[in-house]
Design a protein around this ligand. Sequence first.
Ligand SMILES: NC(=O)c1ccc[n+]([C@@H]2O[C@H](COP(=O)([O-])OP(=O)(O)OC[C@H]3O[C@@H](n4cnc5c(N)ncnc54)[C@H](O)[C@@H]3O)[C@@H](O)[C@H]2O)c1
Length: 441
Amino acid sequence: MSVLTAADVEAAGGPLQLRAGQRLTPLARDRAKELGVEIIEAGMEAKVSADNISARQPTTTRTSRPATVTPPLTATAQAVTNSASMTTRPFAPLVSGAMYRRNSLGPMGKAGKATTIRRGRAGVVGAGHVGAMAALRLAECDLFDHVALVDVVPGLAAGLALDMWHGAGLYGFATTLSGSEDLAELAGCDYIIITAGKPRQPGMTRTDLTVGNAAIMKSVCEGIRRHAPEATLVVVSNPLEEMTHLAAEYTGFPQQRVLGMAGVLDSARFCSLVGLTGKARPQEVRALALGSHGPEMVIPLSQAFVGTSPIEKVLDAASLAAIIERTRESGGEVVKLLKKGSAYFSPAESAVSMVRIMASGSDEVIAACVRPSGAYGLADARVGLPVRLDRRGLREVVQLQLRPDELKALKEASARLAQRIGELAQLPSRPEPAGAAMASG
Ligand SMILES: NC(=O)c1ccc[n+]([C@@H]2O[C@H](COP(=O)([O-])OP(=O)(O)OC[C@H]3O[C@@H](n4cnc5c(N)ncnc54)[C@H](O)[C@@H]3O)[C@@H](O)[C@H]2O)c1
């Protein structure tokens, strides 16, 4: 028997035919799923696609097979920003980040031959807790040629980037890293995660951060506009909806290229808390946290599942209400325990997931903070909605069949957010109209 590894999958350049006696490592199967490489089992007529195992999507265009997703939603998924009507398609778990496990063969493979699938640049602004972790996870994905990290603190980003690169052989990635105080380091970035800004301290609300972080966002966005005008932004800085709005205003980028990260994290928190009941593992749970990254968070139970079972058939109403409440408070719970700063492992992974989904062309439905542009009849602010992304950012807002009470809660959340975003006009660093050329870019 011989064993094929992830490196063999990467080198396949198309469907990988297993011969009699050949086996794939679990990691190699993961890698095949990530790349959309079809595995043809020895002696089997039918092609066995990696996607038969899960709903993950190809990261390259090596296969033309359409996206498959696992079914349980009752929702009619319909594009709102795109008039093409969609078939009923549920959302599916996120693209795996487990591309290379520790001590496994890295992207150079056993033949020592670099693969050619890495392309483009990703950037992270703010090399604090979330930003540093995000940069490392972006590098670990091994999807990009280069990851650039920027922070105002002299030497911080450069030092962290060098430290991460020192571990490249151990982690198993070949994505290079650099760090700088200068936003020019972001030149040529396709995706930029913005984490610059103060985190909450115990007793603070996210809204308490508005004035300080708005000023930071302004200077960061001016630099991005100058040095990386084609980038797609994933905003992490809080308060999330306000900062996402300001990022769009300060850069003048099209709405499709400015996304806020909160829904991926809040959905993940909900799934993990369901996991604590012992009724399901977190990865078996699917749910979408919509509305705001805060008190107006809406988790529609009509769209939540454990495997293929509606979650309301698995857990009683009181348990679910308690889990939703704890999800809303999860960020604060971590802040209270840490006593200094806020959560960063799961936030960093959530932001990186969004980049990975875009870079890989995945079809899955996730929650992201976007401008509704008429979807769900919502106020035209920023709000967490179910979306599909493409390589450039927002592809479409997905119209789910929400129950009347869920839709009402979403509308209330959107109205509150519209009010808070309206109040940004009072800021000392309020946005000036961006250049017309940028707005059309
Ligand atoms: N959206 C979410 O779900 C979510 C989750 C966690 C944290 N956050 C937010 O993310 C932000 C970062 O959190 P953190 O824990 O990494 O904070 P942190 O203090 O550890 O890091 C912030 C970094 O930003 C840098 N910075 C400040 N101004 C800058 C500028 N003009 N240019 C470049 N860098 C600049 C700081 O030097 C610091 O290193 C906070 O606003 C926090 O509230 C959001």
